[in-house]
Design a protein around this ligand. Structure first.
Ligand code: SF4
Length: 355
């Protein structure tokens, strides 16, 4: 296994079968080797900086029925909300005053957020919050729609692929959702010029090591600018309510591998990781992540944006508490920074031969 870890460190690439072996036969010793390399690479590209993104959860209406998701359309218990344009803009301005220079607009696939509405919001945020990057996370849309959002000024788009295995995808989603369309959307986003983010759940129902190996190979080939991974956490009103949750151990192991595959990737320590482990965010940063997304949504909306149970919404998870977050990061040798935090260059030839 050590040889395989070293091969990954040297080439930033393995075959799917090798990734599978690296996951199946992981040991604390291998995890430490990969973690050390991930931290070294992250420091080489980003120093000790941790980028902040201000997250606004704009709507928990969604037309889709993803089986794992607490706000899926089949959940009659979900208390639905939709922020108004003014509320979204005010959240963004509040975040701007705190210092955030990336605003993330995230929501279910809500038909009320037409291209016209979203473009208008993008333009208003850009006008009121100069030099701020806008990341969208609004699910699958047509290429024409993505193009309009890009032209209105959106900079980045996050669309988790959830699993790179078609059969697995079909076990997590209802029939009318299509794996091909998800992958096509990601391709379109990249072609248009968005800084594009994919991502997946760790420990989702039916997931095998082979599936995870496919996810890693997909990331290696797709070369996204961002990648969001977090443990699967069951939500009580879904058909997966009684499934096992994912683990922080495997999530952090995969974070380190992803950092090594793409040393300059923007990699968040996600809220889900912080939900299953008290210091999950610290664990994520120490495994190679370099982004944190505090919540700027109105407090009432945060509780209702209930993708999974027990979501961390207070303390350092909220934007008002970023000072605490700064201290937590300082304690482990990192510095929270408020700039846009775009992906930086990484050139293999800059390596100093420390591998
Ligand atoms: S995962 Fe996204 S697309 Fe699926 S139901 Fe939830 S909000 Fe909708």
């Amino acid at each position: 296994m050590k040889k395989l870890a070293q091969k990954l460190i040297k080439n930033h690439s393995l075959s799917e079968a090798e990734y599978e072996l690296l996951i199946k036969n992981r040991t604390p010793e291998i995890a430490e080797i990969l973690q050390n390399e991930a931290v070294r690479l992250r420091k080489q590209v980003y120093g000790n900086e941790v980028f902040l993104r201000g997250l606004i959860e704009i709507s928990n209406y969604c037309k889709n029925g993803c089986y794992y998701c607490g706000i899926n359309c089949a959940n009659k218990e979900c208390n639905r909300y939709r922020l108004t344009e003014d509320e979204i803009l005010n959240c963004a301005i509040e975040g701007y005053k705190i210092g955030f220079r990336t605003i993330v607009l995230q929501g279910g696939e809500d038909n009320c957020f037409t291209d016209e509405v979203v473009c208008d919001i993008i333009r208003k945020i850009k006008k009121n919050c100069p030099e701020t990057a806008i990341t969208l996370s609004l699910g699958e849309r047509t290429k024409e729609s993505y193009q309009k959002l890009y032209e209105a000024g959106a900079d980045r788009y996050l669309l988790r692929h959830e699993t790179a295995d078609k059969t697995h995808y079909e076990r997590l989603h209802p029939e009318k959702m299509s794996f091909e369309n998800r992958m096509n959307c990601l391709k379109n986003l990249k072609e248009i010029g968005f800084a594009t983010g994919c991502g997946f759940m760790v420990g989702s129902p039916y997931q095998t090591e082979e599936n995870l190996a496919k996810d890693l190979k997909f990331i290696e080939e797709f070369q996204p600018q961002m990648c969001g991974i977090g443990p699967f956490i069951p939500q009580k009103n879904t058909i997966f309510a009684n499934e096992e949750k994912g683990t922080a151990e495997l999530t952090t192991y995969l974070l380190s591998i992803i950092r090594i595959i793409k040393p300059n990737i923007l990699l968040p320590a996600t809220t889900a990781l912080n939900t299953i482990e008290e210091d999950g965010r610290v664990m994520g940063i120490l495994a190679g992540a370099n982004v944190i997304m505090p919540n700027l949504s109105p407090k009432t909306a945060r509780e209702k944006y209930n993708l999974y149970d027990g979501k961390a919404i207070t303390g350092e998870e909220s934007a008002e508490e970023v000072k605490k977050l700064e201290k937590t990061m300082e304690k482990i040798g990192y510095k929270v920074v408020y700039k846009r935090g775009d992906m930086r260059e990484y050139r293999k030839e800059d390596e100093n031969g420390s591998i």
